[in-house]
Design a protein around this ligand. Structure first.
Ligand code: G16
Ligand code: MG
Length: 222
């Protein structure tokens, strides 16, 4: 029986990807590395330091900076990003998310956040939904990023549930892989092609429906 939902943040609850993109692009400009939104897709759900590594590799500059310089660059990006997210408000919740979360709480289902973002808590607060969440996984305490299942296993654990009692919701391929590997029922938001590994998928958050998800999860053989 499903007793908990473990949510990704960026791309599921709100669209912070655009702000991450703008902040990385700004930094890329300073490092002489230009990239577009297509490349940016590869940064979704990937931690800050791993994102920087991917950008440096893309610009053939993997060895151009020391570890300390890389940390300084990542901090610089984050300061820029924090400025961009100052004005996030409940109006930035993706379509249908507010209703979905309230419906889940009304059905006595516990909620956890499994975001790679260290800015997750402040973003939930600005979205006005922090009180609906029972727990937030601290990405700083993780050894492996998505697609490793660690963050979703921790989310279930923090809710006091087994992974098979939880549904995981993601928009990134690496995220769906992580949910599946955790032994949870996976719900994907995105195109049929990118979400082909998900147990259930919708193309838009407005199509997420508690009854449909719980019915599909109840019939799930894992
Ligand atoms: C999000 C974004 C990633 C970002 C990561 C870390 O992941 O999709 O692009 O690099 O968080 O964010 P921060 O630099 O704020 O710690 P998720 O897991 O919410 O999709
Ligand atoms: Mg995401």
């Amino acid at each position: 029986m499903i007793k908990g939902f473990v949510f990704d943040l960026d791309g599921v609850l709100t669209d912070t990807a655009e702000y991450h993109y703008l902040a990385w692009q700004e930094l890329g400009g300073k490092m002489g590395i230009a990239f577009d939104r297509v490349f940016n897709e590869q940064l979704k759900g990937i931690s800050r330091m791993d994102s920087l590594e991917r950008i440096l590799k893309y610009g053939n500059k993997s060895r151009a900076y020391t570890e300390d310089e890389k940390i300084a660059l990542a901090n610089e990006k984050n300061e820029d990003y924090k400025k961009l997210i100052t004005n996030i408000s409940p109006a930035d919740l993706l379509p249908g998310i507010s209703e979905l979360l309230k419906e889940l709480k009304a059905a006595d289902i516990q909620l956890a956040l499994a975001s790679a973002s260290k800015n997750g808590p402040i973003i939930l607060k600005r979205l006005g939904i922090e009180n609906l969440f029972d727990t937030i996984v601290d990405p700083a305490c993780l050894t492996h990023g998505k697609p490793d299942p660690e963050i979703f296993i921790k989310g279930a654990e923090q809710l006091g549930l087994r992974p098979d009692e939880c549904v995981g919701v993601e928009d990134a391929e690496a995220g769906i892989e992580a949910i599946n590997a955790a032994g949870m029922f996976s719900v994907g938001v995105g195109s049929k092609e990118s979400m082909k590994a998900a147990d259930l998928f919708v193309t838009d958050t407005s199509e997420l429906n508690v009854r449909d998800i719980l019915t599909a999860a109840a019939n799930w053989s894992h």
